[in-house]
Ligand binder design. Structure first.
Ligand code: 0RA
Length: 638
């Protein structure tokens, strides 16, 4: 049947429509994949993988192989049913070609799985095709292997049968188009993280990930699904029970899964997904889960007389202290909201998750009274600590007033009182702090030097944290408060800029600060107020000419521009302190000549993850880990 398309004339009305559709994608790629940077590039891979995951959800596929090829292409192979090649009744062209070239073709042959559309996901593989220099698809189906090639989205020949096949499945190999995308360099770690995540979210699937550029080959397979996800996230911690609590329920057409684990620490790590998409901004499903946790723990504690004399009961923060959780819901018609489309909007889902978790968690606690007892005990302790923290905060505030103005003594504030114009540089060490003070524009740039390592927030509760001078300085300088009493409106600087040395200690301090913000002042991150200053790594000098380089690649380029390495002196900066005030200002601080990296929620979440590994009890593996990852951390492509 597929061979019929060979007779199709090249320019029918429908093929012209196809070309128009493809050129719309090529003209405005950002509309389809969000951006044309590394994020957009990786979105292409995820789009193709999502289509194979749909086959997994349909129960038709068990293995996916993703390969990054040496020629810069990426292939995704699955053992699903194969995309149909026979003519599509409506278009009278092979379904395969429609899927590969026509807008939203996917929804026309709904495979009865949960849609990923609504965000930047689920836009269709034709978008990947349109943004590829070339794309080749192989379909194994009905005893034959079919092949078609496209260039910049347009077929360069009909579908051909290239051989027999005893198996079924689809393989899509594409080379992203470097004339449209700003970068075509796939990042193995970024893709690997997502594939690992997908293997947790889709229990039982095997995802193999090969990088032919360096020969690495990994396989992700988690029969335990999100239960194993939670185990993976809480590896380093002292757990209150094992294995994690797993709850599963259906509400109407929606499917709800939660895995929960508690440790003896004070923080929360909770991830939420809708149709396999990480909803970093939460949404109705998260609201439902939180409500259910608070309600169920309070009911359980009251029935057992564990909350005597405590009228208010346990708060949401109390019952989430030490929690690691993964919530994964499959929703038939998801609505994603917000700028990044990373928040679930469907109002009905709140009640569905809430009722499902209320019911299943209460059941679990009935059946596991020892676990229930220890969790309530912990939440009650948290509630007492919260009260102590409130008192400590009060005290800090009063002390601040007595000391006059309340701003920390080490802060060299700027003249401007307009937060929108003002910047706070958090600088590692008193010496670099001094240089930064000399080099700054005091009209709008404030400097806060931090001495040594700041407190490890992983191991401290809020009341302990507030006893730490460095943390107190940070909190007062930033101005929005901490914990459950925060007001982003009183932020004193719209740019909070971390300026640390490009070495292991600098990376460590930056990870600590990002973790502190991520956990204790999350709005700073979600509102995009936190930046990383980019200090140069090298200064090159040849006679009277000099240049700065911010990476090894830039150094090599600068060397070439200076006509080779002959007569060039290269200074490698080991710390900010090696620059004088004028150099630091022009390379790193002055708005006209500096580069700032804005920290995204993902960056901060990754820092937080890194931090959990770094903060394990053992010192030696931690040092090794920092050393191994130092370069990565320095570049912040995390
Ligand atoms: C439409 C219908 C069917 C399968 C697919 C599409 C399909 C698409 C992709 C994309 C990547 N891998 C895929 N595998 C399958 C159902 C076909 C049937 O009922 O046999």
């Amino acid at each position: 049947m597929a061979q019929q398309s060979m007779d199709t004339p090249a320019y029918t009305a429908s093929s012209i429509q196809v070309l128009e559709g493809l050129s719309a994608v090529r003209r405005r790629p950002g509309m389809y994949i969000g951006s044309t940077d590394a994020r957009g590039l990786h979105q292409l891979v995820y789009e193709v993988v999502d289509n194979s995951i749909d086959e997994v959800l349909a129960g038709a596929c068990t293995e996916i192989v993703v390969t990054l090829h040496a020629d810069g292409s990426c292939s995704v192979r699955d053992d699903g049913r194969g995309i149909p090649v026979e003519n599509h009744p409506k278009y009278n062209r092979p379904t395969l070609e429609i899927v590969m070239t026509v807008l939203h073709a996917g929804s026309k042959f709904d495979r009865n799985t949960y849609k990923v559309s609504g965000g930047l996901h689920g836009v269709g593989v034709h978008v990947v095709n349109a943004l590829s220099e070339w794309l080749e698809v192989r379909v194994r189906r009905e005893g034959q292997e079919h092949f078609q090639r496209y260039e910049r989205g347009a077929p360069v020949g009909a579908i051909k049968v290239v051989g027999p096949s005893t198996t079924t499945g689809t393989e899509t190999r594409f080379k992203p188009d470097g004339t449209i995308l700003e970068t075509v360099a796939f990042d193995r770690d970024t893709i690997g993280r997502r594939l690992k995540e997908l293997s947790f979210l889709n229990a039982g699937v095997t995802i193999r990930f090969r990088d032919e550029r360096d020969g690495t080959d990994e396989t992700f397979h988690h029969a335990g699904g999100i239960t194993e996800f939670v185990e993976d996230l809480s590896q380093a911690a002292n757990l209150l029970f094992k294995p994690p609590i797993y709850l599963h329920a259906k509400r109407e057409a929606n499917d709800i899964e939660v895995a929960l684990q508690y440790d003896d620490g004070y923080n929360e790590t909770s991830l939420a997904f809708v149709n396999n998409i990480h909803t970093t901004d939460g949404g109705t499903h998260v609201v439902g889960l939180r409500a259910a946790l608070t309600r169920t723990f309070n009911d359980y504690a009251r029935h057992r007389g564990l909350l005597k004399g405590d009228k208010e009961g346990l708060s949401g923060e109390d019952v989430r202290e030490g929690l690691t959780s993964v919530l994964s819901v499959k929703v038939l018609e998801p609505q994603f909201e917000g700028q990044t489309k990373a928040k679930l909007g469907n109002s009905e889902v709140k009640g569905q998750v809430e009722s499902a978790v209320n019911e299943k968690l209460a059941e679990f606690l009935e059946e596991h009274p020892a676990v229930g007892q220890s969790l309530i005990l912990k939440a009650v302790q948290a509630s007492h600590a919260r009260e102590a923290a409130r008192k400590a905060r009060e005290l800090t505030r009063r002390k601040g007033l007595l000391e006059g103005g309340g701003l920390p003594g080490k802060l060299a504030d700027c003249h401007s009182r307009d937060p929108a114009q003002s910047e706070l540089f958090i600088v590692e060490g008193d010496s670099a702090g001094g240089t930064a003070k000399q080099g700054r524009d005091r009209e709008f740039q404030a400097i806060l030097p931090l001495r040594g390592k700041i407190l490890n927030v992983e191991k401290a509760r809020l009341d302990k944290m507030l006893e730490n001078e460095q943390i107190r300085s940070l909190i007062t300088a930033i101005g929005i408060g901490i914990g459950d009493e925060q007001d982003i409106e009183s932020l004193r600087y719209h740019k909070i800029i971390l300026m640390t040395d490009a070495d292991v200690d600098g990376a460590h301090i930056r990870t600590l600060l990002l973790t502190l913000f991520y956990r204790k002042m999350p709005e700073l991150i979600s509102e995009g107020r936190v930046y990383i200053a980019q200090a140069p790594l090298y200064r090159l000098q040849k006679g009277s000419r000099s240049a700065y380089a911010y990476s090894d690649e830039e150094r090599d380029r600068a060397l070439a521009e200076l006509g080779g390495s002959k007569g060039v002196t290269i200074q490698r900066y080991k710390g900010l302190g090696e620059m004088n005030a004028e150099q630091l200002a022009s390379t790193t601080m002055h708005p006209g000549s500096r580069t700032l990296l804005r920290v995204t929620v993902e960056d901060a979440a990754h820092a937080n993850e890194l931090f959990q590994v770094l903060m394990g009890e053992e010192v030696e593996p931690r040092r090794l880990y920092i050393q191994e990852h130092a370069v990565e951390v320095t570049n912040l492509d995390i």
